[in-house]
Design a protein around this ligand. Structure first.
Ligand SMILES: *[C@@H]1O[C@H](CO)[C@@H](O)[C@H](O)[C@H]1NC(C)=O
Ligand SMILES: *[C@@H]1O[C@H](CO)[C@@H](O)[C@H](O)[C@H]1NC(C)=O
Ligand SMILES: *[C@@H]1O[C@H](CO)[C@@H](O)[C@H](O)[C@H]1NC(C)=O
Ligand SMILES: *[C@@H]1O[C@H](CO)[C@@H](O)[C@H](O)[C@H]1NC(C)=O
Ligand SMILES: *[C@@H]1O[C@H](CO)[C@@H](O)[C@H](O)[C@H]1NC(C)=O
Ligand SMILES: *[C@@H]1O[C@H](CO)[C@@H](O)[C@H](O)[C@H]1NC(C)=O
Ligand SMILES: *[C@@H]1O[C@H](CO)[C@@H](O)[C@H](O)[C@H]1NC(C)=O
Ligand SMILES: *[C@@H]1O[C@H](CO)[C@@H](O)[C@H](O)[C@H]1NC(C)=O
Ligand SMILES: *[C@@H]1O[C@H](CO)[C@@H](O)[C@H](O)[C@H]1NC(C)=O
Ligand SMILES: *[C@@H]1O[C@H](CO)[C@@H](O)[C@H](O)[C@H]1NC(C)=O
Ligand SMILES: *[C@@H]1O[C@H](CO)[C@@H](O)[C@H](O)[C@H]1NC(C)=O
Ligand SMILES: *[C@@H]1O[C@H](CO)[C@@H](O)[C@H](O)[C@H]1NC(C)=O
Length: 652
């Protein structure tokens, strides 16, 4: 029983023509359907390749702006986006069936007052392909375009009601792939179309895709292409790091364009019609700053966000943002001096997805020699690895450093011509909450989808939330506040990692804080209908495995379409409304109160040691995908080895 066992074209036509889809209800021919899949962000690098290009500086020369406020672009966009979330939110609230509170009337009668209308964010964690697939399941459930998602028990429309969609590492591949492909739905990405390499995870990333348009492709040709693309950047005078190769290889699976779209830029999202018209949420990817030979820890490392307009940090270290489109320009002291060059195309889409997931640089290095990869490639990678040293393989080199000479007093990297960034999960904040808890964004609720491999069996135990909470108590928090969360043992002993759990329900815990942070709806990866705890380092999945892990994520998000709790959609609506109801001093209905008593963590702890965490499937296993055998053991051995290795690197 797949989410959608229909032939591709009729499926997409059905989606487009359905009343809840985004089509106008008319019939689409196959050719038009194909165009939709082909449409995406854009290959707008002026070089037409992966190489950054020197351009004439615009009349208003690019500058670094101080953080502390949102960019004018984001503020303008929000004016439209918040308005466009109203209709989907009304539909979603109707579906949620809050029988004792007229939520529809509450939102519609306040629809011009954006301090009343809930402001929703979704954050998708890292964890390699596991995180991509599990996160995809959540997004499929939340997307009104997914057939069945708006039936009773569903939460379809939540995605359409959302303002921000953040991703990190493997979650960044998901968010990146959606926006690289014209805000395609998960169902479209999953099923792709004939001849496309999109989401074909059965083609091991080391071996490469089978086809290249109409011609057959082999491993040597694939890596030769990747090498040529990175050489284009190097030949243009830029440093290349292992991240460049990793990002390019990833893109063959994530960007539906010839050769994985080397010229696609992240800033082109800002011009994509469906984003600029605010018909989609705003994508944000996350990375961390790490100086060579230093460690990344959540309590003092700078978190970097990548959005379509800007790259930079809210932290009191860099505390500034560079324009994404011109990020490769020769900035110094926050400006491009008269003798400096303006550069475009440095913000390659693949380089940003690669930077956010640079943990996998080591994975690439360690596995590439065992595949049929030409020595010219392995030699190039080994040469880079040797020159920077094993301990620094995970660094994505951003040269020139846009924050050179900027905020010298607090910016540790201000005198370095290279900005060194790593995987956004390296600071253990493996859920991209940081951009969404910034007070300037005024988010009311964050759906935090966690596919971290914390336990030895590759399930989450709340580590990511704890890292963000603990950071919020330090100086680098700079005004961000985060709900209290318990220890890992409590997560496991109380089952807080087996079903969605709300944190920060009772705002008395924030008395004395500058602001009330968003409510966190924690959505952990748990085995509902599949053994979804596959290893972070498993590079290959059959279509059946992929689909069943996506469906597992869907079932976690909907609690099995309400089979575990028929009021779950109502409880999601209560979580969405919670902060708003408090601001307007509206009485909480009995249904919502009952939801909060079931889903809010109430402060109870149970810190007894947990010998090992081997959860049983929560619903009947999905038999149509019997191919997914228990992954526990094999996965554990592999992940354990890697985490042993990482523990050395991260040891405090
Ligand atoms: C929930 O609904 C989806 C979409 O219709 C379906 O794919 C999935 O199998 C259902 N889950 C359960 C547990 O029945
Ligand atoms: C994309 O834009 C088109 C035309 O503006 C609109 O009809 C459609 O609903 C949008 N799609 C999404 C997913 O927002
Ligand atoms: C993107 O998708 C929308 C429908 O969701 C469609 O209206 C639009 O034409 C597509 N854009 C491109 C460039 O394919
Ligand atoms: C809405 O909830 C009521 C009361 O719980 C229930 O009787 C009714 O069947 C639900 N309606 C839908 C469409 O789920
Ligand atoms: C963070 O703290 C650790 C340990 O005290 C230290 O080694 C590291 O240099 C610090 N990092 C930054 C960016 O200050
Ligand atoms: C955040 O950091 C900046 C730069 O150090 C500072 O100017 C600002 O006041 C800080 N904001 C808060 C709320 O602490
Ligand atoms: C692949 O890389 C991972 C992570 O670096 C490593 O643990 C594993 O042993 C490698 N596998 C092979 C076959 O080299
Ligand atoms: C900041 O540091 C840069 C690089 O070291 C230096 O050139 C510049 O003069 C410094 N700026 C200020 C205001 O101190
Ligand atoms: C929780 O996860 C962390 C890694 O994120 C791990 O070190 C710790 O042992 C785990 N604890 C439990 C009880 O699972
Ligand atoms: C919130 O917590 C405070 C202090 O622990 C308690 O007095 C109050 O009853 C709680 N409120 C709710 C709505 O649970
Ligand atoms: C918007 O709602 C808030 C909270 O109820 C209220 O304080 C404010 O006056 C409202 N603003 C307008 C313009 O109605
Ligand atoms: C808090 O939650 C625990 C279980 O998670 C439950 O046993 C306990 O009764 C709850 N306490 C209150 C005051 O609701």
């Amino acid at each position: 029983m797949h989410i959608l066992p229909l032939p591709l074209l009729s499926l997409i036509s059905a989606v487009l023509a359905s009343p809840t889809g985004n089509g106008d209800g008319s019939h689409y021919s196959p050719v038009q359907v194909r165009d939709i899949l082909i449409g995406r962000a854009a290959p707008d690098n002026p070089s037409g390749s992966y190489a950054p290009a020197i351009v004439d500086c615009p009349r208003d020369r690019p500058t670094i702006r101080g953080a502390g406020t949102l960019s004018q672009s984001e503020r303008d966009w929000l004016q439209n986006r918040r308005k466009k979330t109203i209709d989907p939110m009304l539909k979603f609230l109707k579906l949620a069936n809050l029988t004792d509170f007229d939520a529809v009337n509450y939102v519609s009668s306040n629809s011009k007052n954006f301090s009343v209308v809930p402001n929703i964010g979704i954050a998708v964690s890292g964890g390699g392909y596991r995180a991509l697939m599990n996160g995809a399941g959540f997004l499929a459930a939340a997307d009104s375009r997914t057939p069945g998602s708006t039936d009773a028990g569903g939460i379809g429309g939540l995605l359409q009601s959302t303002t921000y969609l953040a991703g990190l590492s493997g979650g960044g591949w998901l968010v990146g792939s959606i926006f690289a492909n014209n805000f395609s739905s998960v169902v479209q990405l999953r099923d792709g179309y004939e001849g496309s390499n999109l989401w074909q995870f059965s083609n091991n990333i080391f071996t490469g895709p089978k086809g290249k348009g109409i011609s057959v492709f082999n491993t040597i040709g694939y890596w030769d292409d990747v090498k040529d693309q990175v050489d284009d950047k190097r030949d243009a005078g830029y440093d290349a790091s292992i991240t460049d190769y990793w990002g390019r290889a990833l893109s063959y699976q994530l960007i539906n364009a010839p050769d994985g779209g080397p010229a696609y830029t992240f800033s082109s999202i800002a011009d994509a019609p469906n984003f600029s018209s605010a018909d989609t949420p705003m994508p944000i990817l996350v990375g961390d700053e790490r100086r060579p030979d230093s460690k990344v820890i959540s309590l003092n490392s700078t978190v970097i966000e990548f959005n379509p307009w800007e790259i930079g940090s809210h932290d009191p270290t860099i505390f500034g943002f560079a324009p994404t489109r011109y990020v490769g320009s020769n900035f110094s002291g926050g400006i491009v001096p008269n003798n400096g060059r303006c550069v475009r195309g440095f913000d390659a889409y693949s380089f940003i997805m690669g930077t956010s997931s640079s943990l996998f640089n080591g994975f690439l290095l360690n596995n590439i020699t065992s595949s049929d990869v030409p020595s010219i490639i392995t030699d190039a990678l080994t040469a880079i690895a040797t020159s920077i040293g094993d301990d620094n393989n995970d660094i994505a080199a951003w040269t020139p450093n846009p924050f050179y000479g900027y905020n010298n007093a607090t910016n540790a990297n201000a005198d370095d011509e290279q900005l060194t960034l790593v995987d956004g999960g390296m600071d253990l904040q493996n859920i991209p909450l940081h951009p969404l808890i910034q007070p300037v964004r005024n988010v009311d609720v964050i759906f935090a989808v966690d596919s971290s491999a914390d336990t030895e069996t590759s399930f989450p135990n709340g580590t990511a939330l704890r890292a963000t909470y603990e950071r919020s108590l330090t100086k680098i928090a700079n005004g961000t506040v985060f709900p209290r969360v318990p220890d890992a043992e409590t997560f496991i002993n109380l089952g807080l990692n087996q079903k969605p759990t709300f944190f920060g329900c009772n705002t008395t815990e924030f008395a004395g804080a500058d602001q009330i942070p968003p409510l966190i709806v924690y959505v952990p990866n748990a085995p509902y209908t599949a053994h979804s705890n596959v290893s972070t380092y498993d590079p290959e999945y059959s279509d059946e495995e992929r689909n069943s892990i996506i469906k597992n994520g869907y079932n976690v998000a909907t609690m099995g379409n309400g089979t575990l709790d028929s009021e779950w959609p109502a409880c999601v609506a209560c979580a969405v409304l919670r902060r708003s109801l408090e601001r307007t001093h509206t009485e909480i209905s009995a249904t919502c109160q009952s939801c909060f008593s079931r889903y809010c963590w109430n402060g109870t702890t149970d810190s007894r040691p947990v010998p090992n965490y081997e959860p049983e499937p929560i619903l009947a296993l999905d038999q149509s995908n019997a191919a997914v055998s228990p992954k526990g053991l094999a996965a554990t051995g592999l992940a354990y080895g890697v985490f042993g290795l990482m523990a050395v690197v991260l040891a405090l």
